[in-house]
Write a protein that binds this ligand. Sequence first.
Ligand code: AMP
Length: 359
Amino acid sequence: MTRPIPPGSTIGILGGGQLGRMLALAAAQLGYRTHVFVPDADSPTSQVAAAATVARYDDLDALTRFAAAVDVVTYEFENVPAATAEHLAALKPLHPSPRVLAIAQDRLAEKRFLNGIGVPTAPFRPVSTPAELDAALVELGRPAVLKTVRLGYDGKGQAMIRADSDPAAAFAVLRGAEGILEGFVDFRMEASVVVARAESGETAPFVPVENRHVHHILDTTIAPADIPPALAEEAVETARRIARALDLVGLIGVEMFVTRDDRILVNELAPRPHNSGHWTMDACRTSQFEQHVRAVCGLPLGSPERHSDAVMKNLIGDEVDGWLEALADPTAKLHLYGKAEARPGRKMGHVNRLYPRKG
Ligand code: AMP
């Protein structure tokens, strides 16, 4: 076990969104400085970080200077280019590791990894040509969901193929990129578990939560998820198993489907703080952001215990106009991300509402 990176050190963060911002705030609370590496000026993270490097992710000279200025590197989005991650990992500790990134940014690698460690997913087939799509549709049946293997999020680069859909039209969403066809999961709930793992092997899972999406974007998280205790335990054990098999140092959000016959299928992995973990900021002894800082700096993990139940509502696009009402509501805790323009579909902030803990 290497020695902890002590308070006063500088944490480098790749990516400048709201996750980096909340990570930087949690780091500051523990006495760390943060240095963000981000392609755009005035990002939500750079507004609160001690230093910022504004450069492209493939600018190796800028990455080298950034590495020299920090003690440890982490990231707030999983589409960090592999070459960027490898370059940084050769210069400074990078958590989670480039291997974890490589798995999480490729839906095929992710599902093969999961199935390989005995974690069930939706059935899937790789699809690179219209003929492969036709064959995969025969094997998996309809409805099915076609996705790009890489770089998809919030439903982008995805098409549902129903009984009457034209596969050729669906194939066009791939825009020439490699695809994956997934059997449609008739889920009764979407859920997730955010789990931290330290270099020592210690794990700290937050309770499973329910996630409700609107237009493919997370809208509301309900903590805890209303599922039977045995299923909640299975969800937590699944997340732990994944974190161990990845040799994870840091945090991972494990997105799951709970099927109508009470099976848990894993949909996606996000090796970073996760939107479905924002409720922990106000309802747990340790927030997901503090936990991530603790894990990547080699500190003891904090208690993930929740002192309250919670509902997290994302403020998407012009929903942020309700900020004054949220502030006037004594049950609500408002978090805003400092984004100037409230474009449709853009995550502008969130509100946590706390309730007395049941169970
Ligand atoms: P993803 O980008 O994989 O997180 O998918 C976005 C959303 O699409 C998920 O949160 C689900 O609501 C839905 N979805 C994705 N894959 C499937 C599937 N195989 N079956 C049913 N719904 C899915």
